[in-house]
Design a protein around this ligand. Structure first.
Ligand code: SF4
Ligand code: SF4
Length: 377
């Protein structure tokens, strides 16, 4: 039975994250995935069960986003990946699902491009900027992956496949937003996403970036935006702009209308975790394995109806209550990510994390400070 408190915080599922394989051909220094050296693959039977669940989650007003995320999805054979897509075809043909793939791009070839184009994928490429800032994205022998990533992006462009890029911003990138953005924009993406490095999964190194550095970085990002009006969209700035637009026009309710996406993440064997894909494959003394169920024996809609019984979900809702009561950034932020609370603070019932300080709070503060300076001038 549904739970009033769960329904208060969470809206309908808009995104399903699927892990077609645990394997990745790279070995990035900050990777959070615990099983990326193992080659476990999703079977067509599991994909069929997911599609059965997806049918119940489809919203008539908006396609369900199916995000294929690894491991590295292209570490799977093209034939197997194609078989995994088949159960979703009826929904895609009716415009009810939209496929996305998050990839390191190193394995992209003409055949993959054909498949991506045929199934109308939207592609997100992970790349951290120019070669010098990309040094932590390496292969299994520790060799830089940069040239291979750029070659993969070239293939996408040759095939006319639109893509976005997502960069992890570390201690070097945080000091050079202009050259970082220049290099990313030169690749020709339609959107740039910037993730200030976080502590999550098996990446347990503390973040060394300070709030001051993050505020200067976001100020630099805003300056770059002003100087490159026709350039690619900047995900974080656009989100803030959307919020400000609604808030200024008295439509703040629309910002909150949809609630948080519970983001069910389905791993290769059909197991489902909620709220953060980073929780998949983690076993914890306090929280256990974070599983809400398995798609082969239970529909995702039924898992969501019982999600409030999971300890980590209940604690996260307690954390959200505290955020709402205590945090001046609440109206914009709406609570940020669950996994950061767990990986940084050891509990979901907490509030602030490096992630929210460096990505949400520092962004708003940078905008506030620069607007204040402009009005004083
Ligand atoms: S490409 Fe992604 S999955 Fe692979 S090692 Fe790097 S961060 Fe991890
Ligand atoms: S900024 Fe941090 S503390 Fe504030 S609402 Fe967001 S997650 Fe909560």
């Amino acid at each position: 039975m549904a739970d009033l408190e769960f329904d208060r915080w969470f809206g309908k599922t808009r995104t399903l994250i699927l892990q077609p394989t645990t394997l990745c051909n790279l070995d990035c220094v900050y990777c959070y995935l615990p099983h990326r050296r193992l080659s476990n693959e999703m079977s067509p039977k599991v994909a069929q069960a997911i599609a059965g669940s997806a049918a119940e989650l489809i919203n008539p007003n908006h396609p369900l986003e199916i995000v294929w995320h690894g491991g590295e999805p292209m570490a799977l054979s093209l034939r197997r990946f194609h078989a995994l897509l088949m159960p979703f075809e009826q929904f895609r043909n009716m415009g009810q699902v939209q496929h996305y793939m998050q990839t390191n791009a190193t394995l992209i070839d003409d055949e993959w491009c054909d498949l991506l184009a045929r199934h109308q994928f939207r592609v997100g490429v992970s790349i951290d900027g120019p070669a010098a800032l990309n040094a932590r994205r390496v292969d299994l022998r520790g060799r830089p992956a940069f040239d291979r990533i750029v070659r993969g992006i070239d293939r996408l462009r040759e095939h006319g496949i639109r893509f976005s890029v997502i960069a992890v911003v570390g201690t070097e990138g945080i000091e050079q937003p202009e050259s970082l953005l220049d290099a990313l924009a030169d690749l020709g993406p339609n959107t740039i996403g910037l993730n200030v490095e976080e502590m999550e999964g098996v990446n347990d190194r503390r973040c060394e970036i300070t709030q001051d550095q993050a505020e200067r970085f976001w100020k630099g990002v805003m300056d770059w935006r002003r100087a490159h009006r026709g350039g690619p969209a900047l995900r974080e700035l656009d989100r803030l702009a959307d919020y400000l637009h609604l808030a200024r026009s008295g439509k703040h309710d629309e910002w909150c209308r949809y609630g948080l996406d519970p983001i069910p993440t389905v791993s290769v064997d059909g197991n489902v975790v909620l709220m953060s894909p980073e929780l998949a494959g983690i076993d914890d003394n306090t929280y256990g394995n974070f599983l809400a169920g398995n798609v082969c024996s239970q529909r995702i809609a039924s898992m969501l109806a019982h999600a409030h019984r999971l300890r980590y979900v209940r604690e996260f809702m307690a954390g959200l209550r505290r955020c709402e009561a205590e945090c001046e950034f609440w109206n914009f932020c709406r609570g940020a990510q669950a996994c950061n609370r767990y990986f940084e603070n050891g509990s979901f019932a907490t509030t602030e994390t490096d992630y929210c300080r460096l990505t949400r709070q520092a962004l708003v503060t940078a905008l506030y400070n620069s607007t204040k300076k402009e009005s004083a001038a």
